[in-house]
Every structure is written in C-alpha cells, then in structure tokens.
Write a protein that binds this ligand. Structure first.
Ligand SMILES: C[S@@+](CC[C@H](N)C(=O)[O-])C[C@H]1O[C@@H](n2cnc3c(N)ncnc32)[C@H](O)[C@@H]1O
Length: 228
C-alpha cells in the first residue's frame, strides 16, 4: 500500500516528516536545485539518491534532465512505495537498501547523493564512477576545534575534492526553531500524532538541536565534491 506524505506523517509520527515535507532536507527544493545545477549530470548518466525517503530529489532530477537514469534507495520500502506514486515517480527506479550495503556494482553512478541521511564514505565512494560528483546536504562540525577540517579530510581520503559549498547553518537554525515552535504551538495535534511520550521525546530532540545550532556547535551545508 502506498501512503501520501500526510499519511506517512501520521503513520510514522516523526517530526522530520512534518517539519521538512517532501524535499526532506534543509533548504528543500531550493537546495535540490542548487545541487542539481552543480552535479554535472547529462542525459544517459546514472544518478543515485541514497536515503531518499520519498525520493523528491530523485524525481526532480529525473524529470528535469530527460534521459537521466535515476535510482532512489532507502532502508524503508514504504517511503519508496509512496515516492513511486508521487509526481515523477514513474521516472525513477526504486530499490530498498541500507546505504552501508548498496546492491550496485562499483563505479555505477556519475553522481551520488545523500541529503540529510546516512553518508558512509566508503560505500558512497565505491558506487561512484571515477569522474563522478558527490552531492551532500548535511550537518558539519562547526566547532573551531578541527571538526570541519576532519569532515573534509574524511572525504579527501576517498579521492573527493570540494568543488562547491553553500552554507545553510542559519537556515537550519531557523528550521529547527520553527519546528520546535510549531510542535509547542500545536501541541494537542502533535500529542495525538506522536503519542504523549513520543511528543515529549520529539520536543526534547528539537530543543537540543536548536541549542546545538544556536551555540554554534554544529553547522549545516550543501557540498559538491568531485574526483578525477
Ligand atoms: C531526513 S530523511 C532525508 C530524505 C531525503 N534524502 C531527502 O532529502 O528528501 C532521512 C531518510 O534517510 C533514510 N535512512 C536513514 N539511514 C539510512 C541508511 N543507513 N540507509 C538507508 N536509508 C537510511 C530514512 O529512512 C529516511 O527516509
């Protein structure tokens, strides 16, 4: 059975579905477009959207570049089933898989994406073709104690060089603040949706995210790496 986005929100009771929606990463569709403009993809190329949820980025890419061959993976088949039924879903191949163990041959994709999801460097590098791009939307350490350098070094070890970056820390902070405020403001609705204990847990999580970002302990950004 395929669910709509609203039904997925009810079924999973997850703040991130309610807070972020279909393009389930910081910056939404605008971030997807920014990455696609820099991914270097051409008709006939293969793109992997890993940890895709309902595959909004995969569907957007597949319908924006005719002839692009797009695969969306996620560990949850229900998310993929919902994506398959959404606009552009017919243009994407949907494969249930954990990103840590992708069922694809090495060097299969000209662009590998991981947007606000798991990003195991070794496996993402393995499935990427020699001159591929790697598109990330992710949290990055921002602590002035070497964390950011360690983040880049981890990718450099697999041959990736940063080719484009867009800071999203302020946008992420505002997104978490807004989500926290919404969960508090509409507490009756969310208590019903998440359950009483679930509500408290999700609010705590959002509160700690807001604090972490406000203290500057973490940042967020879009990153395009390339190699070759
Ligand atoms: C916040 S959502 C981001 C979804 C999507 N990348 C987007 O930007 O719209 C995180 C998704 O990653 C998936 N996920 C988390 N860990 C994963 C893993 N190790 N392997 C595959 N999928 C994973 C979750 O099931 C969820 O759908």
């Amino acid at each position: 059975m395929a669910y709509t986005l609203e039904q997925l929100g009810e079924r999973y009771g997850a703040w991130w579905i309610d807070a972020l929606g279909e393009h389930n990463h910081i910056g939404g569709l605008d971030s997807t477009r920014w990455l696609l403009d820099r991914a270097g993809l051409r008709p006939g190329d293969r793109m992997l959207d890993s940890g895709a949820f309902v595959g909004a980025a995969a569907r957007h890419a597949a319908t924006s570049i005719p002839g692009l061959r797009v695969v969306a993976t996620d560990m949850n088949p229900e998310f993929l089933q919902a994506g398959r039924e959404m606009e552009g879903g017919h243009a994407v191949d949907w494969v249930t898989a954990a990103t840590e163990r992708l069922p694809f041959a090495s060097a299969s994709f000209q662009s590998v994406w991981a947007l606000d999801t798991a990003m195991p460097p070794r496996e993402l590098a393995r499935v990427a073709a020699p001159r591929a791009t790697l598109c990330l939307c992710c949290e990055a350490p921002n602590d002035n104690r070497g964390g950011a350098e360690a983040f880049f070094e981890e990718w450099e070890e697999y041959g990736w060089r940063l080719s484009a970056h867009r800071a999203l820390s302020l946008e992420a902070t505002n997104t978490w603040r807004k989500a926290e405020a919404d969960v508090v403001w509409r507490h009756t609705f969310y208590e019903e949706r998440y359950g009483k204990r679930g509500y408290g847990g999700q609010l705590d999580l959002l509160t700690s995210l807001v604090q972490m970002y406000e203290r500057g302990e973490a940042g967020h950004g879009l990153y395009v790496f390339s190699r070759g």
